[in-house]
Design a protein around this ligand. Structure first.
Ligand code: SF4
Length: 331
């Protein structure tokens, strides 16, 4: 057995202490023949420190496209020639989406907007939307609205938003290659405000944007320092018209190594499959990840790309005998 896996078995599985940056780097470098063992250990860690449940979430876009920022992976930036244009959803459609999400068995419903941060119009829409959903549907409401002021954080708490998503996207050292219109530290500041407010922090990123393995390990360590409740793990799905349109996909084995490594860095976090897993891993890899440290999925469509049908994921969880986390368990 590789020394790093023997060490992780004692430190992470038995004591619940995540691997540091150097340890994550070693896992990212494991030869292919050790990958099954790494995934098995990551799965044991997930079962031991998070339990067998899988958290299911649906997401909806309140405002799509036309964003003034230049995140190079994102087809919602108004600065690229990507075919996504600015569209707003009405409140009735938002409530319907929440209802459909709850009916699919999800406990989380995340309202997302493609903005640098919310303006008065967006906050007003959100206020109305959250109140309408709370009156009609039994589901936890999360939000993802970009960079926040402390007043906006307070308002989200008062509205009853229980979790806030804001992704660091990548390692601090690589971020300037990905975004030039705002900094990693601005994102970090919002995350600290959210954490201090008592809302749950959801913070993840995208692998395969051109970062080195050192930077992948750096990113895992930075997430561990933040200690978020949830980490959505995306794999780059290169979108036409964006500066990353020609990037190669992450190789499936590298993606699985990363899943195991992030789980071993973050033994207690909800590690969620987010965008890009279908084209990166396919059906077989989706299963391997769920048996290798992943314990949450997004059902249905992502923001600008199609995911797998919700029923496929739910059938797979059933087949793997993984119970879906219920609302009472998450409140
Ligand atoms: S990732 Fe968010 S902030 Fe960046 S361009 Fe896309 S919608 Fe805008």
């Amino acid at each position: 057995m590789q020394e790093i896996l023997a060490r992780a078995r004692v430190q992470v599985l038995e004591s619940g202490v995540g691997l540091d940056e150097a340890g994550v780097r070693e896992v990212l470098d494991l030869p292919d023949e050790d990958l099954p063992e790494a995934l098995e250990l990551a799965h044991e860690v997930r079962l031991r420190w998070c339990g067998p449940e899988v958290e299911v979430e649906g997401i909806v876009s309140l405002k799509t496209g036309g964003c003034p920022e230049d995140c190079h992976f994102c087809s919602q930036s108004g600065l690229f020639s990507s075919p996504v244009r600015s569209v707003w959803l009405d409140i009735q459609a938002l409530v319907e989406a929440a209802r459909a999400t709850a009916a699919a068995g999800a406990t989380e419903f995340c309202i997302v907007a493609a903005v640098r941060g919310p303006d008065a119009r967006l906050m007003a829409q959100l206020r109305e939307g959250v109140a309408a959903i709370r009156a009609a549907v039994d589901i936890n409401i999360a939000a993802s609205l970009g960079i926040l002021t402390s007043e906006q954080v307070d308002e989200l708490v008062a509205l009853g938003v229980h979790r806030y998503n804001h992704n660091l996207e990548t390692a601090r050292s690589f971020f300037p290659e990905v975004v030039t219109t705002h900094s990693w530290d601005e994102r970090w500041d919002t995350l600290r405000l959210v954490r201090d407010s008592g809302m749950e922090v959801c913070c993840g990123g995208i692998l395969g944007m051109g970062e080195s393995l050192d930077q992948r390990a750096e990113f895992a360590a930075q997430l561990a320092e933040l200690s978020p409740h949830e980490v959505p793990l995306n794999f780059l799905n290169p979108r036409p018209g964006t500066p990353m349109a020609e990037r190669a996909l992450v190789q499936p084995r590298d993606a699985l190594r990363a899943i195991a490594a992030f789980r071993l860095a973050l033994p207690r976090t909800i590690l969620r499959y987010a965008g890009g897993r279908e084209i990166t891993l396919g059906d077989l890899g989706t299963r391997e990840g769920l048996l290798g440290g992943i314990n949450a999925v997004i059902v249905g469509n992502y923001l600008t790309t199609l995911g797998r049908p919700a029923s496929d994921d739910l059938a797979l969880l059933d087949e793997l005998s993984m119970p879906i986390k219920s609302l009472s368990a998450s409140l």
